[in-house]
Write a protein that binds this ligand. Sequence first.
Ligand SMILES: [Zn+2]
Length: 185
Amino acid sequence: MNAATTAVAARPDATLEQAWAVLETVPDPEIPVVSLRELGILRAVRRGADGAVEVVITPTYSGCPAMSQIAEDIERALAVAGIVPHRVATVLAPAWTTDWITAEAREKLRRYGIAPPLGHCAGQPAPAEAAIRFVPRAGAAGATPACPQCGSVHTERLAQFGSTACKALYRCLDCREPFDYFKPY
Ligand SMILES: [Zn+2]
């Protein structure tokens, strides 16, 4: 409950707090070890003008096929918990970046066998408002992700796309294990 309630601490709305707690249990459909909140997809839970519980999400990669699945998962979880009426609103700005993935989630990704993102994707100019907030980490450009199995940085990219478009396929040159790398965006 602690993490789930921080964002609504100033609001004594029990239903919204319950909604946060319910949503805390909704995993990413592609990476079930991390929740939507930990990935930074879940932006807000609030009351709409009509009193309905409104869940605000920001898509990750544009056209990511998981987004409709995510909205369905959220609606199902709220319905099961008896939180009605509700709706899911998608907000595009500020744009999601992999910087929104929590430190906790990065560690979970690593344990799950997915190398967490390093810095920013050079090919993706940050939105103007995000440029102030997100500074690429020094040394990230050209760096290769560390192997989530053995920690070696001697890794090579095998394919631009891994198990999903959001990831690239890498192989460790030391332990020889292939792994997915969550591409910075
Ligand atoms: Zn390795």
